[in-house]
Unconditional design. Structure first.
Length: 213
């Protein structure tokens, strides 16, 4: 059993809340991890904490702009250089701030909230597409790799029924990436988890905190 190779993982997303829990759960199971996020301060602090718990040779941090396709691709290449391979990719959009203009916050509040929810769904979809492309490129069997799971941690906004008619959804995008023909070609299995609400026992019911907060 000691000869079984430990998996190596790439985690994209700010290490807070549910994303942080998933990151640490992967480390607890013996995986080597390289994680990246746009918030360099949060990333550096979490890297220091995790290194003290699991060892500096177990977890690595590489800051990058999560919204930049070029920056993300450089992280994938850095992960391959650092870890030798990538067996699993976790991508979270839960803590990514929306890029808003002042006019986006003007007018009727119900319409404003609906627009913000729609932008969050669009952000989730774009992230899944972008990471899906990179995961199949750098884990895909068709490129000489071993395949593996791609786990997307998206916001739960879509569950409130805010999707625009005819627009792309998180569920639809996940299904498209996970089609049997595609999976047979590249061996990358796509899964998506809507971020759950976190109920802290020391807080009242009215003060529950979600990972989005």
């Amino acid at each position: 059993m000691s000869n079984i190779r430990k998996p190596v993982s790439l985690v994209v997303g700010t290490p807070r809340g549910f994303t942080r829990s998933v990151l640490e759960a992967i480390l607890k199971r013996g995986s080597k991890v390289l994680f990246t996020c746009s918030d360099e301060s949060a990333g550096s602090l979490e890297h220091e904490r995790l290194s003290s718990l699991y060892g500096p040779k177990q977890v690595f941090y590489s800051p990058a702009d999560q919204t930049s396709a070029q920056a993300l691709e450089s992280v994938f290449l850095r992960a391959l250089c650092t870890l030798g391979e990538i067996n699993c990719v976790v991508s979270s959009t839960a803590n990514d701030p929306l890029d808003l203009r002042s006019e986006d916050l003007q007018g009727d509040m119900v319409k404003v909230e609906r627009k913000l929810d729609s932008l969050l769904v669009k952000q989730d979809v774009n992230s899944i597409r972008q990471i899906g492309h990179l995961a199949t490129k750098y884990m895909g069997k068709h490129n000489g790799f071993q395949g593996g799971p791609l786990l997307n941690l998206s916001s739960s906004v879509e569950l409130s029924g805010v999707a625009e008619p005819g627009g792309c959804t998180v569920l639809g995008t996940t299904r498209a990436l996970g089609m049997e023909k595609r999976l047979a070609l590249h061996g990358v299995k796509t899964l998506t988890v809507y971020q759950p609400s976190i109920d802290y026992p020391d807080l009242s019911h009215a003060s529950q905190i979600t990972d989005d907060h």
